[in-house]
Write a protein that binds this ligand. Structure first.
Ligand code: FNR
Length: 364
């Protein structure tokens, strides 16, 4: 299944080393040397557990509340573009699987299904991820449509003034297949990605996305929508403090799944400084490299209020559509539950910093 999906490189077009990297770390289309891609995973493996024993773990509660919405577990779906490239049902399948699992789906601006189409799948808590276009009337219209379609928050991606150098995309001359479009932008004549000499997406971003985006635009966004705003792409304490001052409802520590600036630290390594800088005034979430329930536990122990997963959703979508995404979410749920039981935690609130040891901790 992996090799028949158009998301994966054909081994003919790619150097063999890259194919192995892709399979081991589950990637394609990420930035430059892919150092951050590997580090997003490897950094999790350097964090170890300090489990507590002889605690009654016969009942485990994994529910949590995100921006006031109760969900079944602290694992949510990150925005990933163009899901119909993975499976014909695309975002419809992801929306249904997320709702069935009782968790939140974030829809990408660059989805191959529109906000209205995703809303038509039925009830479910959904966030809308926003890229800010140079033409602000486009942004305003889109945000209004997301509100109307019942989306509950805006996830403002702040790490993409330009697209990272994704060398596979360049080699592949990435473009959307003819039958697909960026559905949210169809009516605005901005739905197509043309084939160019390099990455069609990089050219599209250069043409449409506003490179001048700055903190004042967070204020602007707040002025056009009552929806809470999460900023996605914070990696430092400095920016976390500005984000809190700017009145955001939450922060997502993210390096865009290693697709933007290469050689930024793994998100799990950056998480703690961001959490400390916020002084717990807003919830902090994490995405990047979360593949196991143990990863989720480690993120919570370092202060995250929840995590988002990107690639696991696309890969399982490619393999088995809605059922595949459901299965992935269920597996992560079950793994986190087991990790909690074996660490002696009955609720998310019982997961503490003392349940893990990180490489940067002083010796005990
Ligand atoms: C992404 N990501 C992303 N982020 C965003 O804000 N808007 C988007 O449209 C996309 N699209 C997208 C496509 C694909 C194929 C990938 C792999 C990623 C980034 C995504 O939201 C998230 O930050 C990472 O995917 C998290 O890392 P993992 O879970 O993939 O390791």
């Amino acid at each position: 299944a992996i090799y028949t999906t158009p998301l994966f490189p054909s081994s003919l077009k790619y150097p063999i080393k890259q194919v192995f990297v892709s399979l081991k770390y589950g990637d394609y289309q990420c930035a430059e040397d892919q150092w951050t891609l590997m580090e997003n995973r490897n950094a999790f493996s350097r964090i170890l557990f300090r489990p507590r024993i002889l605690i009654d773990v016969s009942k485990i509660d994994m529910t949590t509340t995100v921006l006031g919405f109760k969900i079944s577990m602290p694992i949510m779906v990150a925005p990933t573009a163009m899901q119909k490239m993975a499976h014909p049902d695309g975002e419809y399948a992801t929306a249904r699987a997320s709702a069935a699992t009782g968790t939140i789906m974030t829809l990408s601006s660059w989805a191959t299904s529109s906000v209205e189409e995703v809303a038509s799948t039925g009830p479910g808590v959904r966030f809308f991820q926003l890229y800010v276009y140079k033409d602000r009337s486009v942004v305003t219209q889109l945000v209004k449509r997301a509100e109307k379609a019942g989306f509950k928050a805006i996830v403002l991606t702040v790490d993409t003034p330009r697209l990272g150098r994704r060398e596979s995309d360049i080699k592949n001359r990435f473009a959307l297949p003819q039958n697909l479009s960026l559905k949210n932008f169809d009516g605005l004549n901005l739905g197509k990605l043309d084939k160019t000499d390099d990455s069609g997406l990089a050219s599209y971003v250069a043409g449409q996305v506003d490179r001048s985006l700055s903190w004042k635009d967070v204020k602007w966004l707040k002025s056009i929508t009552p929806l809470p705003i999460l900023v996605k792409g914070v990696l430092t304490a400095e920016d976390a403090r500005i984000a809190v001052q700017s009145g955001v409802a939450g922060i997502i520590v993210s390096n865009h799944g290693a697709r933007q600036l290469d050689y930024v630290p793994a998100t799990i390594t950056a998480l703690e400084e961001v959490v400390e800088a916020t002084q717990r005034r807003v919830p902090v979430f994490l995405d990047g490299g979360v593949r196991r329930g143990t990863d989720v536990f480690k993120a919570l122990a370092l202060g995250a209020s929840g995590v988002f997963i990107g690639r696991p959703v696309i890969f399982s979508l490619a393999v088995d559509g809605e059922a595949g995404v459901r299965k992935t979410l269920q597996m992560l749920h079950d793994e986190l539950e087991l990790t909690m039981a074996l660490s002696g935690c009955c609720s998310l609130a019982e997961i503490t910093r003392n349940h893990i040891v990180a490489p940067w901790d002083p010796p005990r």
